[in-house]
Ligand binder design. Structure first.
Ligand code: DER
Length: 234
């Protein structure tokens, strides 16, 4: 089974199990969530599902609009029934690395406004420990003017290496939907750290806007497996 097929079966299963009519749904960012939006649009057409979709990025907003789903926002929908989003890695304690697509800040805000957060992913995201399979580091969104001192402080306190994420289709650093930079923190090795403690310390550093560590946020994860099955974790 291709990775896209694995993403699709996980996304469809999660949407079918969690999205009820007359609810508000947080729509995550990345490639897997495309399949969740595909399934939502199909259910709207076939079942007359009535939902309001709150985006977590410009990409998610485009997906909602392009699929003729009802676009909402946190001004009018500050409480969501469920947020459905991808992940770069999920460890055995349901701690997530997110932000591979650079959308972690709005994703974490929307997820925090949802009663439940449901993660959808292919089998390459299912790890025992963070860093086991995902090798691109933990994304940390930072205020641009402070990225160098932040880099130095995190490396001095926690070790590892921090790399400023550079843009691909434009010269210079990647700039998030919020006008910030991203530092990818390649921590020493996959470890079973107290990620809640690490996350708390990172957020204390002036200039750190948000981290891609989602701790105690995910309710359930759906992994599309290579054999066509869907594995769940809670
Ligand atoms: O950037 C993000 O936070 C994405 O949600 C990421 O965690 C998952 O992206 P993918 O579905 O393309 O793997």
């Amino acid at each position: 089974m291709s990775l896209n097929e694995a993403k699709r079966i996980a996304a469809h299963r999660a949407v079918d199990e969690w999205v009820k009519t007359n609810t508000t749904v947080g729509i995550g960012s990345g490639s897997t969530v495309v399949f969740a939006v595909e399934r939502l649009a199909e259910r709207v057409r076939k079942e007359g599902l009535k939902i309001i979709c709150v985006p977590t990025s410009f990409q998610a907003r485009q997906l909602i609009v392009e699929n003729d789903l009802t676009l909402g926002d946190l001004d009018r929908n500050p409480k969501l029934a469920v947020a459905i989003d991808g992940a770069d890695e999920v460890d055995r304690n349901m701690v997530l690395i997110k932000g591979g697509g650079g959308c972690l800040l709005q994703e974490k805000i929307v997820a925090s406004c949802a009663e439940k957060m449901v993660v959808i992913a292919d089998y390459t995201k299912n790890s025992e420990y963070l860093g086991e399979q995902y090798r691109k580091g933990i994304p940390i969104e930072v205020v641009p003017m402070a990225y160098v001192p932040i880099k130095e402080r995190i490396a001095a306190r926690f070790g590892g290496e921090l790399k400023l994420r550079m843009a691909v289709a434009k010269a210079g650093p990647c700039v998030t939907d919020n006008g910030n930079f991203i530092l990818d923190w390649h921590f020493k090795e996959s470890c079973d750290c107290d990620w809640a403690k690490v996350n708390g310390e990172l957020l204390q550093i002036p200039g750190v806007v948000e981290t891609g560590l989602f701790v105690n946020m995910a309710t359930k994860a759906y992994f599309g497996m290579a054999d066509g099955s869907v594995k769940t974790q809670e």
